[in-house]
Design a protein around this ligand. Structure first.
Ligand code: ADP
Length: 618
């Protein structure tokens, strides 16, 4: 056998193999696309069979005119069948299918009419074949660029096959016109023929190993990202990523995940336009079947199978649908579906892939659920711990004044029984009053802390002059040990605030300044509007014990007390600054502290001024 013959036979074998593969598929799934593919390769196979039968070695038939005409008709038919295929795979003008059909009929008729085809007819036939073949190649290229993954590669291969077949016809034509160069043309045309056969084979009936190799990079990319997915901020973000990954891996334009809603007993999808879609699983749609049977499901023509779902199906532009259940162990979480506007994009072994992706999605969603659950447990523990802190702090702080109060009352009672006429012990009564007030303040602080927590600190707002308020507070706190020094530029700093709360804020800061400066020292308060006149600024500084740097970021936390304060020396629950922060923030302002340990602290407050609050008054 010569090398030439070898190439010819190999090409035949390739084409016949493709025919066998696509014919088997068409028998298994007799859908228009599968049948069209099978017809295309049936035509090539008959041409090959006729050529083989006419071989001198086999000599089943002698090459007659009739056989040549049938052969020509079949070859011309390839162009028409290719256009039909194109119509299945891509969007092309409908009339082209009719033009190609009519062309085939007319040009084939010529083959039977003339003994020796006239030159113009041959030219027309070549133009027809080459034109449609190249057009087909172009359209498959366009389709390839629109898709991704396996589908894209298949489209490229089909495009290449069509181009090579077109070129093949082109080079056969001038063969006879150039005597002497015939062997060269033969080699060229045989090579093109073989190459087109291989390309078509890869495109129309890719062997499983090839599909797997093509899927691998996308799958690998998907899996490598999978580990980080459970940590995305929201479940929606995870779903979106999973959908994107599934679409890329299958090469389908769209994929979507429906999560099971236990309460409503529906699968909740989000449609491509963002609207939620609740779908009660039924066996009609693949997603419902996958959910009910817990097996992957496929529908090549979802709309035809289900006219009731026309709206949904058109929203996904889905003709073919592949669905697989997302199930982690016993827990059924939802369904993953991949959609494609064109059926042949999927093959049966894509079911396997979608199943794999759905399993992966199950693991990711389950991890997410576990992370959420862990956060909830932590949250509950934190809440329980805070409650404990609160109770023990409150009980501890309430106990001391209560004990004093009870002891004093009992003492006075005894005294009153023994000496009913004795004058009232004013000093004892004053002590009792002091303790009762302390108790009342503690309870008020606890109540305010819970209001701060709920964001309910600020009541009625009125025009308040911060400078004047600081002046009033100063009058109550000025002492020799702690001289109160107020610095303003003489202007009013007026805002729309809750007067009582702002006063409370100031009082708290000044009281702390006094409390945490056991050695005495001035309390300096400054009030001024900031440069752009939008904020009232206030600082309260002391020269007391200061705050360790590590405590500064936590001072405003509930129950937080600095590491340098001793409970016995400085009474307190660590709620004052928490409340101050609530007051500042709920007025739209902020509060922070700065300190040089052992040299004193400064507390800074900024409050927004009302629109005309910045104007300077008397
Ligand atoms: P309390 O004074 O009841 O502990 P606060 O919430 O008012 O609660 O203050 C929290 C902590 O902030 C205090 O325990 C103390 O450690 C620190 N702190 C507050 N004001 C000052 C200040 N002027 N100087 C030093 N430390 C302060």
């Amino acid at each position: 056998m010569s090398a030439e013959e070898f190439v010819t036979y190999l090409t035949w074998v390739v084409y016949v193999l493709i025919f066998l593969a696509v014919a088997a598929r068409a028998i298994r799934r007799p859908e228009r696309t599968n049948i069209d593919i099978a017809l295309f390769f049936a035509a090539t196979t008959i041409v090959i069979a006729l050529s083989a039968a006419a071989l001198p070695a086999i000599h089943l038939i002698t090459s007659t005119r009739l056989i040549a005409a049938v052969n020509g008709t079949l070859i011309l038919g390839l162009a028409y069948l290719l256009i039909r295929l194109l119509d299945d795979f891509a969007e092309i003008p409908r009339y082209l299918v009719y033009v190609a059909g009519a062309g085939w009929l007319v040009l084939s008729l010529g083959l039977f009419l003339w003994d020796e085809s006239p030159g113009w007819l041959t030219l027309l036939q070549i133009l027809y074949l080459v034109g449609f073949q190249l057009y087909g190649a172009l359209m498959f290229v366009r389709e390839a660029r629109r898709t991704s993954g396996v589908t894209q590669r298949r489209m490229w291969a089909i495009a290449a096959g069509s181009l090579l077949l077109g070129l093949n016809i082109l080079v056969i034509a001038p063969r006879t016109a150039m005597p002497g160069l015939e062997p060269l043309w033969d080699v060229l045309s045989q090579t093109l023929g073989l190459a087109s056969g291989i390309s078509y084979f890869i495109g129309f009936a890719p062997p499983a190993f090839l599909r797997r190799a093509w899927q691998e990079p996308e799958l690998r990319a998907f899996l490598s990202r999978a580990a980080s997915l459970p940590r995305l901020p929201t479940t929606e973000a995870i779903i979106t990523e999973l959908e994107r990954g599934a679409a890329a891996s299958t090469g389908a334009p769209n994929a979507s995940i429906g999560l099971w809603d236990e309460e409503k007993e529906v699968l909740r999808f989000e449609m491509p336009d963002g609207t939620p879609l609740d779908y009660k699983p039924d066996p009609k749609l693949p997603a419902g079947r996958a959910w009910i049977t817990q097996q992957p499901a496929f529908s090549a023509n979802t709309l035809r199978d289900n006219p009731d779902y026309a709206e949904v199906v058109s929203n996904y532009r889905s003709q073919a649908t592949l669905s697989a259940p997302i199930t982690a162990g016993e827990r059924r979480l939802g369904v993953l579906s991949a959609y494609s506007p064109r059926a042949p994009i999927f093959a049966e072994d894509d079911l396997e892939l979608v199943k794999l992706l759905a399993d992966q999605a199950a693991v990711i969603l389950e991890s997410r659920a576990l992370i959420d659950e862990a956060a909830r447990v932590r949250g509950r523990e934190e809440a329980a711990r805070l409650k404990d802190d609160f109770l023990s702090a409150a009980a501890h702080d309430l106990k001391t004044p209560l004990t004093t109060l009870v002891a004093q009352t009992q003492l006075m009672l005894r005294r009153a029984t023994r000496m009913p006429d004795a004058p009232a012990d004013v000093a004892a009564l004053q002590r009792m009053e002091r303790e009762a007030i302390r108790l009342k303040n503690l309870v008020l602080e606890l109540l305010d802390a819970s209001r701060a927590e709920q964001g309910r600190l600020v009541g009625t707002r009125e025009r308040v002059d911060l400078a004047a308020l600081a002046q009033q507070v100063g009058q109550r706190h000025d002492s020799r040990r702690h001289p109160y020094q107020l610095e303003t530029n003489g202007a009013a700093v007026v805002g729309e605030w809750d007067r009582t709360r702002i006063e409370q804020l100031l009082e708290n800061l000044v009281e702390n300044a006094v409390k945490y400066s056991p050695e005495g020292g001035p309390i300096e308060v400054k009030v001024w509007p900031n440069e752009d006149g939008r904020m009232a600024c206030l600082t309260v500084s002391d020269s007391g014990i200061g705050i360790p740097a590590t405590d500064v970021p936590h001072l405003f936390d509930r129950f937080y007390r600095g590491g340098n304060v001793d409970d016995r020396q400085f009474a307190g629950m660590g709620l004052g600054l928490f409340i101050c922060q609530g007051i500042a923030e709920q007025h739209g302002g902020r509060i922070w502290a700065s300190s040089n340990p052992n040299q004193g602290s400064t507390f800074h407050v900024e409050l927004p001024l009302s629109a005309n609050g910045g104007e300077h008054g008397g």
